[in-house]
Design a protein around this ligand. Structure first.
Ligand code: 6R9
Length: 659
């Protein structure tokens, strides 16, 4: 193996297991973990998880420290309990305990969509805002255990709302601001929230997002909602319904800044976050308090090698799990300064990220491959005209990062100074599971590398046989880690079925992976009917049911296909009802329909009119074939003999939608 230093050329972009980038000595020298320490921690966590995680529990503040550490079982009913006799409050461990030491340190730097706007909030100020908001929620009747849905843009109020819920023991459910009223309503109905927190409008890329209007449309179908708390973001004039809607700034002014933190059990729920699966409607992944907070703090410190005083920026939206764990809970638990960015990577131009990096002297920068690929296309000048000298660590999350994008990130953005941590994890896992540590792990472009301490990955074949050594298979995890989701809200059986029944005794991730001769993991993508569009998870079934609800559509089948920027695009096969003519206008109408039903992130990239879909005799759609046609891999379509009507396939191949 060798280290390389030459600029990217033809040879460099080859994906090989041999392309190794050595740990930088100046990073290792002051890192929380060098290679020896990582090895020792991994062994210690494996040998005696009780002792290791008892020790790690000290990184957060407890009201009653736990004595029972790990009580987990992946068989039978599946029970996952960590720190079960401990009590704590997540907001208190993020705020109160920092007040004495770093009350005047900036906790959140908010950078607005408009480059002229930013705001700095200290730990003391954030604590006061959270306490007041917690009292506002109490005055609206919110009690411990109640669900509160949060539908906000990327403003400080989003973090305040989450922490205010945590402070009083209410369970937050954040819904991404890009989701439609229908998607929002479904998520409110599923968890029965009594309060919705939203804003007048959001701002993104110079445009306004009508959040309150969407919220009103959603709430019309949600009888459990008693109050809507409305943040003032743009000051836009929005209708307020007397008795139901409450203006947040006015309510804050009247609220007391004194709100003791509720003492919660370690296994009391902290939040629900809806995520797409292979089938059915999105699942409410439920995370609890103690184990999640330990995992958020542990992984944020080690994976990003966070050092006191550093400026840390994760570009995700708080509507996704990355925003929960690595904008809010992890950084704040660790007393970090975390940036919340309201805007988008290409507004006002493709240099925005690096302009913000210089403006706030960002040390650690964490983004998604889709953004890296999009910026790579715009050329290096947008990057090189900004200094970026503050940058120390770069991170990637959300989907596999192709070696080309990795190398561009490394060479052009990081000037080879900055280790890249390609972090693999999921909404379900609560935090990062497989990732390099900057001072410990030699890097390979395109590989998420090695498991964190406490994480036992396993590759299995289709029959559930464990594969040893270098191999490719389905990625499972053999034992529990503290940050794992505990259940699907309201449906424990679905939790057990989805994650623990395919390979009994193992947590099945839904991802495929390859392990090379050095034990490095290379995630190959989902092996189920989940597609990953620009790092956003989408169930093909959700898009199909949106299409099928259009009055002119008889049936639809949706698959992912390779897309240069988005990673995967959405390819829809649509069968129209008898007598309906396929037209360009109808195609556009269907795209707009899906945007309205789910949200813009679900817009199909290609629609192919399909007089019929390839089905087995028992009526199952053969997606394997549809995926191949969409990817234009029509040579080896494999066995079509089980199809009810093999001629259907030829017709689909002939009429492939361009691209
Ligand atoms: C954190 C997050 C989870 C799915 C996951 C996988 C893909 C995430 C990745 C990655 C390769 C990485 N994924 N990070 N694939 N390399 N570094 O994204 O959560 O939205 O639940 O998506 O994303 O397929 O199963 P979530």
């Amino acid at each position: 193996m060798r280290g390389r230093s030459e600029p990217p050329g033809q040879e460099e972009t080859d994906m090989t297991d041999q392309h190794v980038i050595e740990v930088r000595p100046e990073i290792a020298a002051r890192a929380h973990a060098d290679a020896a320490r990582y090895g020792a921690m991994y062994e210690a966590a494996k040998r005696d998880p009780q002792a290791f995680w008892a020790e790690q529990a000290r990184r957060i503040s407890w009201m009653r420290p736990p004595t029972r550490i790990k009580n987990t079982d992946f068989t039978g009913d599946v029970t996952i309990r960590w720190y079960e006799d401990g009590t704590l409050n997540a907001a208190a461990t993020c705020l109160d305990r920092h007040l004495a030491e770093r009350g005047d340190q900036v906790a959140i730097i908010w950078e607005g969509d408009d480059p002229g706007t930013s705001r700095r909030v200290t730990y003391r100020e954030l604590h006061a805002e959270v306490c007041r908001t917690a009292n506002v929620l109490k005055s609206l009747g919110v009690k411990r255990g109640d669900r509160v849905t949060i539908y906000l843009p990327m403003v400080v109020e989003a973090a305040v709302a989450m922490l205010a819920c945590a402070r009083i023991g209410a369970i937050h459910s954040v819904v991404f601001g890009g989701f439609s009223p229908d998607s929002l309503a479904g998520r409110i109905q599923d968890c029965g929230s009594t309060v919705l927190i939203t804003a007048d409008e959001g701002r993104r890329g110079g445009k306004r997002v009508p959040l309150k209007t969407n919220a009103d449309a959603a709430v019309a179908a949600c009888p459990t909602i008693r109050h809507v708390l409305v943040a003032r973001v743009t000051g836009g004039d929005v209708p307020m319904q007397a008795g139901r809607d409450v203006a947040w700034p006015e309510a804050m002014a009247a609220a007391s800044p004194d709100c003791p933190a509720e003492e919660m059990g370690a296994e009391d729920p902290l939040f629900i976050l809806y995520t797409s699966g292979s089938t059915g409607k999105p699942k409410g992944a439920l995370h609890t308090t103690g184990g999640y907070m330990v995992w958020a703090s542990f992984t944020h410190q080690y994976v990003f090698d966070y050092q006191p005083g550093e400026i840390y920026w994760c570009t995700a939206d708080v509507g996704w799990v990355t925003g929960h764990t690595y904008i809010v809970y992890g950084p704040l638990a660790n007393g970090a300064t975390t940036i919340m960015f309201e805007g988008v990577p290409n507004y006002p131009d493709a240099g925005r990220f690096w302009q913000v990096v210089d403006k706030h002297a960002v040390n650690i920068f964490y983004t998604a491959p889709t953004a890296i690929r999009a910026l790579m296309r715009e050329g290096d000048a947008h990057v090189t005209k900004h200094s970026r000298k503050s940058l120390r660590i770069l991170g990637s999350v959300g989907e596999p990062i192709n070696p080309e994008a990795w190398l561009w990130y490394h060479h052009v953005v990081g000037e080879q100074r900055c280790p890249i941590v390609d972090t693999w994890w999921q909404t379900e896992t609560g935090g990062i599971l497989i990732s390099p540590l900057p001072g410990a792990t030699r890097l390979k472009p395109g590989s998420a590398t090695l498991p964190l301490p406490g994480v036992m990955p396993l590759l299995v074949d289709a029959d559930g046989k464990t594969l040893e050594g270098a191999a490719e298979g389905n990625l499972c995890i053999a034992d529990s880690w503290p940050g794992q989701m505990r259940t699907v809200f309201g449906d424990h059986e679905r939790f057990r079925q989805t994650y623990f029944s395919t390979y009994p005794g193992l947590y099945f991730t839904g991802d495929g992976a390859r392990r090379d001769a050095d034990g490095y993991y290379w995630i190959t993508g989902r092996v189920d009917d989940v597609i990953n569009v620009s790092g956003h998870r989408m169930g093909t079934a959700e898009v199909e049911s949106a299409l099928a609800s259009h009055p002119k559509v008889a049936e639809a089948a949706v698959v992912g296909f390779p897309h240069d920027v988005k990673g995967q695009g959405i390819y829809a096969y649509v069968t129209l009802k008898e007598g309906i003519e396929p037209t360009e206008a109808l195609r556009k109408e269907l795209v707009a329909w899906v945007r309205r039903e789910i949200g813009p992130i679900a817009s199909p990239d290609a629609i192919q009119w399909a007089p019929a879909l390839p089905k087995t005799r028992s009526g199952k759609i053969m997606r394997r074939i549809l995926r191949k046609i969409a990817a234009n891999e029509t040579e080896g379509l494999g066995d079509t003999s089980t199809l009810a009507d093999p001629a259907v396939v030829e017709q689909l191949v002939e009429n492939r939608a361009g691209g």
